[in-house]
Design a protein around this ligand. Structure first.
Ligand code: ATP
Ligand code: MG
Length: 328
């Protein structure tokens, strides 16, 4: 089966005065139609850069997408497209929701205007129909009093409602793929759960593929069917939700999971934070980037990049522990 999205050996750097920041260092993953994929990892591991590259939002320079990188959407390499093609793609195939709705929305235009403009650019609806459609979208994302809300400005919305409005704008073009980059990080815990539920409902209802980006594995347990774990610009583990939560293979994933409270365990849990910090991406280490923080670090880990091992179907980890000669 061909995938909706296939990211192949994606490498993205930023050129700064201090040197070349290797933000994304050869990322591979796929997303199928209607599939919900989570990308998780600590701050700075390259999640947003990956998302922005998929949306064509990397400024070059200072950014640089390395030769050989591929992002196939329905089989077509996005990285070969011109700006006009990118605009069409962003209007109809793919949309993104950011963490900071206030920064992403235009403060000088009403929510209604922002939604109808997007609808009118990408369809042949007239203003009246676009307004009706906008009202329908606000209702769909759970905003009460949509007719009144359409006339209001972003600052008149609460954080949670603003996030819903941004989701409504993203849905205006009925995207096949919705990327949500930490959409709930700035919100209260209860509102976070509401937004996650909303995304889950929308994904089911429209058979829309969703890439959910977060540093919190706990958040995605419920929504993602596939999990991609990133560390220092690379994918270190991918697998089904079940495999990653119940049989994590990479020591980094195992450490991430020890930092998440579990709902299926009754007794008091001791949560561990992961000691140490990720490497400097201007001079990333030659071997495994996690080795300085890894309890199982072997000599080879410091010298050579680990190969990717496959366990269950689609469950992979990049770690020397699974070499046949490694001590078990
Ligand atoms: N415009 C930029 N200029 C220079 N470096 C950048 C730029 N954007 C990102 N980077 C660097 O690229 C790396 C990856 O950043 P990215 O924003 O993708 O991290 P992230 O995983 O999204 O983290 P967070 O969880 O904090 O959002 C970081 O080292 C960051 O400093
Ligand atoms: Mg980010």
């Amino acid at each position: 089966m061909s995938h909706l999205l296939e990211v192949k050996d994606l490498k993205v750097s930023y050129h700064s005065y201090a040197g070349e920041v290797q933000s994304v260092r050869g990322v591979n993953f796929t997303v199928d139609t209607g599939e919900s994929v989570a990308i998780v990892g600590e701050s700075g591991c390259g999640k947003s850069v990956t998302a922005k590259t998929i949306m064509g939002l990397i400024q070059t320079p200072p950014g640089e997408i390395k030769k050989g990188s591929q992002i196939l959407f329905e089989g077509k390499n996005l990285l070969d497209m011109n700006e006009k093609e990118w605009q069409a793609y962003r209007g109809s195939d793919c949309a993104i929701v950011f963490q900071d709705a206030l920064a992403a929305l235009n403060p000088t235009l009403t929510i209604g205007r922002q939604i109808t403009e997007k609808i009118m650019i990408h369809t042949d609806m007239n203003k009246e129909d676009a307004m009706k459609e906008a009202e329908r979208l606000l209702t769909l994302v759970g905003i009460p009093n949509p007719a009144k809300r359409l006339k209001q400005y972003p600052h008149e919305f609460s954080g949670g409602m603003r996030q819903r409005a941004m989701i409504a704008i993203a849905l205006a073009c009925q995207p096949k793929l919705l990327i949500a980059d930490e959409p709930t990080t700035a919100l209260d815990v209860t509102i976070q759960a509401d937004i996650i539920d909303l995304l889950k409902d929308l994904q089911k209802e429209f058979q829309m593929a969703v890439i959910m980006i977060t540093h919190d594995l706990g958040i995605v347990a419920d929504i993602a069917t596939k999990i991609v774990v990133m560390y220092a610009g690379k994918v270190v583990e991918t697998g089904s939700n079940y495999d990653v939560f119940y049989n994590p293979r990479h020591p980094y994933t195992q450490a991430l999971l020890r930092a998440v409270p579990r709902l299926d365990v009754e007794e008091d849990q001791e949560l561990e934070s992961i000691e140490g910090t990720p490497p400097n991406m201007i001079a990333p280490p030659a071997g495994c980037a996690f080795c300085t923080r890894c309890k199982h670090c072997m000599k080879i880990c410091q010298k050579m990049e680990p190969p990717t091992y496959e366990f269950e179907d689609g469950h992979t980890a990049q770690c020397w522990l699974y070499h046949e000669y490694a001590q078990k």
